[in-house]
Design a protein around this ligand. Sequence first.
Ligand code: SF4
Ligand code: SF4
Length: 370
Amino acid sequence: MPKRKYIKAERTKKLEKEMLTCTFCGFCKSVCPYFEDNQWDPSVARGKVILAYGLARKEIPADESVVQRLSQCTTCKDCERRCPSNIKVVDIVESARADLVEAGCILPAHKKIIDNIKQTKNPYGETAKVDFGVPTKKADIAYFIGCTARYRMPEIATHTISLLKKLNVDFTIFDEVCCGSTLQRIGAKEKEVVKLMKANVEAAKKLGIKKMIFTCAGCLRMFKEQYPKYVEVPFECEHLVQFISKQELKLRPLPKRIAYHDPCHLGRHMKIYDEPRKVLSMIPEAKYVELSESKETARCCGGGGGVRAADPAAAQRIASRRVKSASDVADLLVSACPFCVTNLKYGNEIIKVNIEIKDIAQLIDELLIT
Ligand code: SF4
Ligand code: SF4
């Protein structure tokens, strides 16, 4: 990466007015998981807004430190909730990242993700086929597994498949490619993201899919919010928790204190709060405990927005705080996103508190009486 250069920053320039509404009040400091971690102003929303503004105005060169600071955002959106000026911080950060990437300024870890997706169609660079034993066929319903459940947490995929089978759902899976979320979060070229969108939609269309079910919050948000901006999506998209919350679930008792971690992309970004709680409330003898920071105010797991790849130590520390606060009140911490689950478990590796961490698909499959 060149040491100092001023970049075009055309996308970020379009948000100049938005950035000028920042009053530097610092309210975002009280919620930003990255600022909580390193207590450094450039890492909080207002710091990133200043950097992005400087890039757009060609007052700040795109050196390594700027690229690094702008990568320090999990895109959790908590600052936007707190910001009295309603600044769209995530859009600003993602625009600045895209401008930086276009100018060739990118962290090696993020470049690796882009290269992996180009070569293998998944961010992990995995080449082996994973067989989940579900035939690809014409069907009304498809389960979009997502790269993290497919390659890093296959138990979430296998439990989801088992759960759908137990519920007598006629569904298929298909040769999906990465949904494109990670690429878009880290600022990869739009045409690379659109290529993935088209591949997934075309594959689903060929099978006549009417409803796509997701277990990953990031994939779902991508299909619901971003795909329609670029491609026609001729099917309904919903999270597994939304799907199963409408079913009569007969579950075995589980006499434990259960807490729910709202994934930022499911909660703050898409406002899906009630369905996972409804599903958990169906478990006999379980005591549901609401975390003190939940729903709109839920703390981020620390792994999103390319942070887990670029700064795994920070992602782990942020996750460990979330796990610690849950372990004070619960025996089992449940989430509804493989990325959150894997990062929360990673967080617990450094604090080793006594709490189980599970995805809701796994938990419900284990408890479902057929
Ligand atoms: S809360 Fe909003 S207005 Fe206040 S400093 Fe942060 S980004 Fe700026
Ligand atoms: S989106 Fe989250 S991580 Fe990014 S600046 Fe805002 S609060 Fe911090």
